[in-house]
Design a protein. Structure first.
Length: 145
């Protein structure tokens, strides 16, 4: 298991334990985790605090050259909003735990030069499948349906 995907899964599990949606993310630069986050929309009453956004926020201000060297790990395929942040900051590498339960605009990211790696990790799939079965209304709210 990739240690960074493992760290993202830990973030997803933390979010679930807090009563939120089990999606986690970490930002890695030069082999070091510089940001960690999990979906905290429920916990914070936020419209935008997806895991990737929380992760970028926790990393703080980073130079453009550092973003270009970064790898963003997410347990779930990034949505339009989070994909936009990837493009805005020039993050060229994104590792996705799974895209079975939700598939964001992956083709658009690739068309813009982002190297997208889909792991298809069974733990990530199971976390989301179980959550969606238990809380379909919360999940639909999170993805704007």
């Amino acid at each position: 298991m990739d240690q960074f995907l493992e760290a993202a899964i830990e973030q997803a599990e933390k979010g679930l334990a807090e009563g939120g949606i089990p999606i986690g993310s970490v930002l890695v630069i030069d082999g070091e985790i510089v940001g960690r986050g999990h979906n905290r929309r429920v916990q914070k009453g936020s419209a935008t605090l997806h895991a990737e956004i929380d992760c970028l926020e926790s990393a703080g201000r980073i130079k453009a050259a550092d973003y270009r060297r970064a790898v963003l790990y997410s347990t779930l395929s990034p949505c339009d909003m989070c994909s936009g942040a990837v493009l805005l900051y020039g993050i060229n590498n994104v590792v996705v735990g799974e895209n079975r339960t939700f598939k964001g605009p992956e083709d658009h990211l690739r068309s813009r030069g982002v190297n997208l790696t889909i792991i298809d990790d069974q733990r990530c799939v199971q976390l989301m499948q179980e959550f969606i079965e238990r809380s379909p209304e919360l999940w639909n709210e999170d993805i704007g349906e």
